[in-house]
Design a protein around this ligand. Structure first.
Ligand SMILES: NC(=O)c1ccc[n+]([C@@H]2O[C@H](COP(=O)([O-])OP(=O)(O)OC[C@H]3O[C@@H](n4cnc5c(N)ncnc54)[C@H](OP(=O)(O)O)[C@@H]3O)[C@@H](O)[C@H]2O)c1
Length: 306
């Protein structure tokens, strides 16, 4: 059933696209729109919805718990990475339950030369793990969180997300076994392009998160405020949410590293595109509503486009 994963990610992408299209309607008062708003907004963009009923506030957890997503990701994707590395280079094998999932959801390779495909997947799993390590470090030591909240459903979704995304990467290893042959490393041009783009986007994402953190610190680095203000510098000069745009570029860089042709991964990219576009639109609205002098030329998400 190699198409199941692509279908699942497409469905998620479609759900976020629908939520994006519904944003103008969500502003109307009503119980249903209130419930939907509660599910799509988080952090500072939740503050603009006014006072929420007490029972809805029981279903919220601190936004700083984002940290837990990356703890789960570092552990789960680290475990998959070690397993795959052993299976590819040291003649080991993945645990039987993972092999079962892989054979059920993985894809058959059409190409003769599958060595580069095996290497691409290993590389993307490594990039995903490094991304999670950096994000965990940023949550722990860079970002300054306020008392913002997220819905418990968003929290559970976030916990499952990085397990699902790493498992999706693993399932891109062709199920056709290489008959115990050790993997020979084939570095292709698209590995170099993908990895270069990954580091470039990661660098900008980190810089933008540092800019956000510095808005709440004094020159000496002491936290002096937990309020939201207007960020300037780096890609913030072009868009309201450059860290979301960088996230999209990171996933595109992984699609490139997989050799451009991996349909399942492009479905993951579509999910990230619509998920981050929704968050960016709400954040852009927040800035425009709360800061009268907000730069007019700034787009929400994609420079010059959206
Ligand atoms: N792949 C995915 O599906 C996915 C989903 C969600 C997020 N992400 C990634 O995770 C990263 C963080 O996302 P996020 O939604 O948490 O970003 P965010 O809402 O912009 O928050 C990032 C940090 O900056 C603070 N902050 C935000 N705006 C600020 C302002 N105007 N003034 C001062 N401080 C401000 C936040 O504090 P408070 O919010 O605590 O006030 C938080 O500490 C992003 O790089 C994003 O791409 C990925």
């Amino acid at each position: 059933m190699p198409a199941v994963l692509a279908a699942a990610w497409s469905l998620l992408a479609a759900a976020f696209l629908a939520a994006l299209a519904l944003v103008p309607r969500l502003r109307r008062p009503g119980v249903v729109s209130g419930l939907l708003q509660d599910l799509v907004r988080y952090g500072k963009t939740k503050r603009g919805c006014g006072q929420r009923p007490g029972w809805l506030r029981l279903l919220q957890v601190p936004k700083r718990w984002f940290t837990h997503f990356y703890v789960v990701s570092v552990l789960w994707n680290g475990f998959l990475l070690i397993g795959l590395f052993q299976a590819e280079f040291l003649g080991g094998s993945l645990p039987s339950w993972i092999q079962y999932v892989h054979h059920s959801l993985g894809r058959d390779s059409q190409s003769e030369d599958t060595d580069s495909e095996h290497f691409s997947v290993l590389l993307v799993l490594l990039l995903l793990w490094l991304h999670s390590c950096r994000r965990l470090a940023e949550c722990l030591w860079t970002s300054v969180f306020s008392n913002g909240v997220i819905h418990i459903v968003q929290y559970c979704f976030g916990l499952g997300y990085y397990v699902a995304v790493g498992s999706t990467v693993l399932c891109q290893v062709p199920t056709k076994v290489r008959n115990g042959k050790e993997l020979s490393v084939h570095i292709c041009w698209y590995h170099i392009v993908g990895v270069t783009m990954y580091f470039w986007a990661s660098l900008h994402q980190h810089r933008c998160l540092v800019i956000l953190a510095n808005l709440r610190k004094s020159k000496s680095g002491k936290v002096i405020s937990l309020s939201h203000s207007v960020p300037f510098g780096d890609w913030f000069e072009r868009v309201s949410c450059p860290h979301y745009f960088a996230e999209l570029l990171i996933y595109v860089s992984m699609a490139i590293t997989l050799g451009f042709h991996n349909v399942t991964w492009w479905c993951v990219v579509m999910y990230v595109l619509f998920n981050q576009a929704l968050a960016a639109v709400l954040c852009h609205e927040f800035y425009q509503k709360n800061f009268s002098s907000y730069p007019k030329h700034r787009k929400a998400f994609i420079p010059f486009v959206f």
